[in-house]
Design a protein around this ligand. Structure first.
Ligand code: ADP
Ligand code: MG
Length: 550
């Protein structure tokens, strides 16, 4: 078959443009990305070979080779993993199948520093090769298939695909280095980059220098199997970048071995910055499942509940069978136990951080609180633990408060925890609904995440205190004593007869637009406000649903 010419998908073209023209601060990471892909590909083949041993065709010793050629000005990264066939080369290296691509592109700022971070999160991995290369050639043969293929591109909108009879199993990526990038053929430079970014890769990375024997230049043992005392913070961080496709610092690192009825190792990270797709419906989860060091899947929904989807890392089980299929993972009792262990550990870690004044818990809360709150109504069993972790804005000062602190400040005669929901903190604070509460010194929680509507209506109580919306008509402050010195509003109440006449007049003129018109204690300055009937949905929820066309 002759050479086939193809266009990159428009989004790829745009990304490539940014990669080549704006990302120059940290070029060396291209090597990490290509080694990471090679390692993923070996992992995939190792897993595939469990049920289909013929795929290995006698070559079961996985490795990743770096072959620099200073004279030619090229660097080749070759693996003997799963490889790609004709269609996969086109799909994987010509399009971006990830969710949220266009949103992501819209968020790029043009500021190289910030964009590198975004791109790291987004994972343009392979395309980073074009930071240092003006031409990239991929020669690949897929395990179990006879034909090999060559993919070539200069990263300027087009690529070609043609047959490559010389291809061996796996993929070999050759970079024709740009002028000025020849340092990437130097052994010393390559070794130091691999040590820095890819030491934790479980597959040996070998360097082939001209006239020398091949040399393994990484530790080649899975990081999570090493003991904690042997791992530096820097190594944890690089591993986090590898598993999470991230560039930020992990906010928290959790590495432990569970022993007893169920044995597994967990190496989990909580990021410090919010992934762009955290609220995207088809986002991927990022905890990879291994069984006795063999990669099984990075798409196991059962491993963690959705409200902990910000957690990244690796779980390596001793108890699952190696040939566990994705179907077997659903409703698997071992996995269910691992999941419950993971949830307990993560919530325990959050609790510890929350109790530690130096733990930076409020920063975590500002980043992921809205996600964690989903757990309040999704995880009945852990509801109380999660509620203890929750932080709220309040009419009591500008900081965050816990429910426990709120309860500690409740007024004599106050029988409920009062909340108000809306989408803007500043506007909420001005709400006329709050006037009566503020006058009586009754604290109100100001809830501004969309998710708040759902859990406040789902949970009736915290401890023995009812949660009640200030916009619901059941809110009764008559039993709460006004603070000393506050003027007694009741004293200048209008004569009952006049109020009745006014109410009748209002009812008549508003007609069907309202259910009822009542005298209220909730206002001090404003003349009137709207409230929802008890049992009806709150006004903010009504607005939210209407905005979503319900
Ligand atoms: P990601 O690794 O996040 O999926 P990349 O841009 O790094 O994104 O790679 C895109 C895709 O190309 C990979 O998902 C994989 O399917 C394929 N790919 C890249 N490198 C290799 C390789 N060495 N062997 C096999 N497939 C590869
Ligand atoms: Mg990659």
């Amino acid at each position: 078959m002759a050479e086939e010419k193809r266009q990159f998908q428009a989004e790829v073209g745009k990304l490539l443009d940014i990669v080549v023209h704006s990302l120059y601060s940290n070029k060396e990471i291209f090597l990490r990305e290509l080694i990471s892909n090679a390692s993923d590909s070996c992992d995939r083949l190792r897993y595939g070979a469990i049920t289909e041993p013929d795929l290995l065709a006698g070559d079961a010793e996985f490795c990743i080779r770096l072959i620099p050629d200073a004279a030619a000005g090229t660097l080749t990264i070759a693996d003997n993993g799963m490889g790609m066939n004709h269609d996969e080369l086109i799909a994987n290296l010509g399009t971006i199948a990830k969710s949220g691509t266009s949103e992501f592109l819209a968020r790029l700022t043009g500021d190289a520093k910030k964009d590198v971070n975004l791109i790291g999160q987004f994972g343009v991995g392979f395309y980073s090769a074009f930071m240092v290369a003006d031409e990239v050639t991929v020669v690949s043969r897929k395990a179990g298939e006879a034909k090999g293929w060559r993919w070539v591109s200069d990263g300027k909108g087009e690529f070609t695909v043609s047959e490559a009879p010389e291809a061996t199993r796996g993929a070999s990526i050759t970079l024709r280095l740009r002028e000025g990038e020849t340092e990437f053929t130097e052994a010393f430079r390559l070794k130091s980059i691999v040590k820095r970014y890819s030491d934790h890769i479980a597959i040996p990375v070998r360097l082939k220098e001209a006239d020398k024997d091949e040399e393994t230049i990484n530790s080649a043992s899975a990081l999570w199997t090493r003991s904690k005392s042997e791992i530096t913070p820097e190594q944890y961080k690089e591993f986090y970048h590898h598993v999470a496709h991230a560039f930020d610092e992990p906010w928290s690192t959790l590495h432990y071995k569970a022993e007893g009825a169920i044995e597994y190792t967990g190496l989990l990270f909580i990021p410090s910055s919010k992934p762009f797709d955290i609220f995207h419906p088809d986002r991927k989860q990022h905890v990879k499942l291994y069984v006795r060091r063999v990669f099984i899947t990075d798409d196991c929904e059962e491993l963690l509940p959705p409200y902990l989807r910000f957690v990244k890392g690796v779980v390596d089980s001793q108890d699952l069978p190696l040939n566990v299929s994705r179907e077997m993972l659903q409703h698997n009792p071992v996995l269910a136990k691992i999941r419950s262990g993971l949830v307990k550990r993560v919530l325990g870690e959050l609790k510890k951080k929350a109790e530690d004044a130096e733990g930076g818990f409020e920063t975590f809360w500002e980043t992921f609180g809205a996600v964690l709150k989903e757990g309040i109504y999704e995880d009945f069993e852990r509801r109380d633990d999660i509620l203890e972790l929750c932080r709220f804005r309040t009419t009591h000062g500008d900081g965050w408060t816990t429910l426990a602190d709120y309860v500690g400040r409740m007024k004599e005669g106050q029988d409920a925890i009062y909340t108000i929901t809306g989408d803007d903190l500043a506007k909420l604070k001005q709400s006329p609904q709050l006037e009566g509460f503020i006058a009586k010194g009754v604290e109100v929680l100001l809830l501004t995440d969309p998710i708040d509507e759902f859990w406040v209506s789902a949970i009736p109580r915290y401890q023995d205190k009812e949660l009640r919306s200030v916009t619901a008509s059941g809110a009764d402050l008559s039993k709460v004593k006004a603070p000393e010195g506050a003027e007694d509003k009741a004293a200048d109440e209008a004569p009952a007869g006049e109020v009745t006449t006014l109410i009748e007049a209002l009812k008549l003129s508003l007609g069907d637009k309202v259910k009822d018109v009542k005298v209220s204690e909730r206002l001090t300055e404003s003349a009137v406000c709207l409230v929802a009937d008890s049992g009806d949905m709150s006004m903010h929820l009504e607005k939210l649903l209407r905005a979503h066309g319900q």
